[in-house]
Structures are given as structure tokens and as C-alpha cells.
Design a protein around this ligand. Structure first.
Ligand SMILES: [Zn+2]
Ligand SMILES: [Zn+2]
Length: 167
């Protein structure tokens, strides 16, 4: 089975190849992702060792929070990557992949911050905020540098410290 996948930005200045299985796609509706994409961020995630990027000098990195940066193509503006410091992983926008991508959307996070002009109607799980164990940019109103604690929105009272893991 071939687990290699390729993708590129709109103009093709940035190309990448991944090796190994891709994580399920997470849709993040937080205000940072909403503003960067105009809608929401849908990304898979791989270990940094499993990706080769061509055209890295075409990437502009925007540090949207104290612990993570967002990469986009400086020529065409395509949103590309989200990388938390020291996470050893990189989130990749699912829409960049060449078809067939074998990707599947799994759930939605930060639904409380989503744009008010659309509904989520695909029947997948929706989290008001993040999901335990998944590091994300978090609500835009979170003070810079504060460690966030994510909890399941409705079910258990247990919460867990988010660990660098990718959007
Ligand atoms: Zn481009
Ligand atoms: Zn987000």
C-alpha cells in the first residue's frame, strides 16, 4: 500500500510530499482559523519527519499565538500549515492534497467561535472548544502565553492539559 501523498498551494510555488498515514481531518472553526481562511480550517497532521517541502522560501510564517505559527504562500495566499513550537508535527490543510487524498473529516472543534453565516450539518461530532489531547490555537480571546485547558463540552467533567499535537 502506498502511503505517500502530494500536494501544493494554488500557484504551485510550495509543494510537499508526505510519507506514512495521514491523521483524520479536524475542522477548526476558531476565530483565528476563520479569519485566515475566510471559513474554517480543515487539516490533517503528520510528524515533521514525514514531510518534505519544496519551495519553503515562498512560505511566510505568521505567528498568530505565542506557541504556534501559521504558514501561507506569499505569492498566492494559500493557507498551508500550522505548527506548534516543539511539537514535532505539522498540520497541513486538507484541501491542498492531490486527489485521491484518502482523507476523511472526523470532527469539528471550536464550534462556539464559528461564523454565524453557516451551519454544520454533516452529523460529525462538534466540540464547543478544543478536544482533549489536541493542541489548537484556541479561542482568540485567550491571553498570549496562557496554557489552555480543554474539556469535553457536555459529557465528563474531566479535563486535560492540551499537549502539542496539531490542529
Ligand atoms: Zn502559492
Ligand atoms: Zn482554529
Amino acid at each position: 500500500m502506498n502511503d505517500d501523498h502530494t500536494g501544493a498551494c494554488l500557484c504551485g510555488s510550495v509543494r510537499f510530499k508526505t510519507r506514512g498515514p495521514l491523521r483524520e481531518v479536524v475542522a477548526c472553526h476558531c476565530s483565528q482559523c476563520r479569519k485566515q481562511t475566510g471559513l474554517y480550517y480543515a487539516a490533517t497532521n503528520v510528524p515533521l519527519d514525514n514531510i518534505t517541502i519544496e519551495g519553503e522560501d515562498a512560505i511566510t510564517w505568521y505567528r498568530a499565538s505565542s506557541f504556534a505559527r501559521r504558514g501561507f504562500c506569499r505569492t498566492c495566499g494559500s493557507a498551508l500549515f500550522w505548527v506548534a513550537d516543539d511539537a514535532g508535527e505539522i498540520s497541513i490543510m486538507a484541501g491542498l492534497f492531490d486527489n485521491p487524498s484518502d482523507l476523511k473529516l472526523a470532527y469539528h472543534i471550536y464550534c462556539a467561535d464559528k461564523g454565524d453565516f453557516y451551519e454544520i450539518g454533516d452529523g460529525l461530532p462538534q466540540y464547543k472548544q478544543g478536544r482533549p489531547g489536541l493542541l489548537t490555537a484556541g479561542p482568540s480571546d485567550r491571553p498570549e502565553g496562557e496554557q489552555s485547558i480543554y474539556s469535553e463540552p457536555s459529557k465528563s467533567k474531566s479535563s486535560s492539559i492540551a499537549r502539542p499535537g496539531g490542529l
